[in-house]
Design a protein around this ligand. Sequence first.
Ligand SMILES: [Ca+2]
Ligand SMILES: [Ca+2]
Length: 353
Amino acid sequence: MYHFTMKEPSPKFVLILIIMLVLITGLIGTIIKDHYLNIGGKAIRTNKFLQKEETIVKPIIERVKNLNKDSDNDGDPDSTDCAPLNPNKLSPRDNLIIDRNIELCPGKYYLTDQGMRGIFIFDRVNFVSLNCNNAEIIGDQKGIGVMMDYTSNSVIENCNIRGFYRNLGGKNSFFNSIINNEFSYSISDIFLVGFSHNFISNNKIHDSQYHGIHFHANTDLSPPYNFVVFNTITNNEFYNIKNFALHLNDTRNNVISNNFIHDNYGGIESTASDNNQILNNSITNNNIGIKLAAPNIPPNANNEISYNYICHNIQDLLCVGNNIGNHGFNYGMEIVVPCSDSWPVEGNDFDLC
Ligand SMILES: [Ca+2]
Ligand SMILES: [Ca+2]
C-alpha cells in the first residue's frame, strides 16, 4: 500500500527561499523609493527601469514646455516661428506693429482684425518696411488689413491681402512705396486720405465691392496733411471692381500711368481734381472708361489725359458738370460725352478704336 508522507524541507532549500525573499523585497523597495523621490524631483536613479523614464518621459515634458518658448522674443513662439532666432522675421498676427523692417513667414493665415485698427499697423514711423514674402493674409470682411497713419519713407511689399473691409487704409502719409502686392475681395479696397508723394506700383487690385483705390484730401486738417499731391500710380492691374477702379477726389499733380484697368464697373473717376496726368493707361471692357465728374466747386481742371488706350467700354469717356481745361490726345474712344468746354473732339483729341 502506497503511503504518502510529507518530507521535512532540506536546510539548503530553506536558505535559498529566504535569500530570494530578501532580494525580491529589496527590489520592490527600491522601485517604490525611487518613484516616490522622483515625484519630489530629487532622485538619483540607478534603476534601469527608471533610467528609461529619464530618456523618454523627460524630453516629452521639455518639448511641451518649449511650445510656448519664444527664443527671439518677437511675440511668435518657436513652435510657429519660421525664423526662431531672427526677431525681424515672424508669423503674422493681429495688431502687429511695424516699427522696424519686418518680414513674414510664408504661408496662408486667416486673421480677424479685432480692434479694427489693422492686422499690420504703421503708426507715426519712418523708414520701416513690411515684406510679406507673399504670405496670404485672409480676413473676414471686417476691419483693415494694413493701416498706415502719419508714416513716411516706408514700404509695403509682396503682400497678398484679401477679404478685409479695407485691405489697406490710412491717412497723412508721405514718400512711401506700396509695391508688388495683391489686394482683393474687400468691401472697399484701398482708401487713402491726405496721402502725398507715394509710389504705388506693380500691384494687382481686384474683386472689390467698391473702389480699387480711393484718394481723398483730408478736409479736417491743415496743410500738408489735407493734400493729395504728387503720388505716382503706375503699372498696376485693376479688374472685377464693382465701382471705379481708381477714384481721385480733391487731388492734384498726381501721375497715373501704364496701368491695365479692365472689366470693372468703371476705370478712373476724377472729382474736384486738377493738374493730374493720366497717361498710357489701357482702359478696356468697363461700363465707363473715364469719368470726369465735377458736381462740386472746384471743378476738374487742367488735367492731362494722354496716350491712353480707351476702348470697348460701354462709355469710353463721360464728362459731367463743369470741367475746365482738361486736355490730351488718346487712342480709341468711340463713345464719348465731351466736357462743357468741348474737349475732346474726335480727330484732334482721340481716334476711334
Ligand atoms: Ca519668435
Ligand atoms: Ca522670429
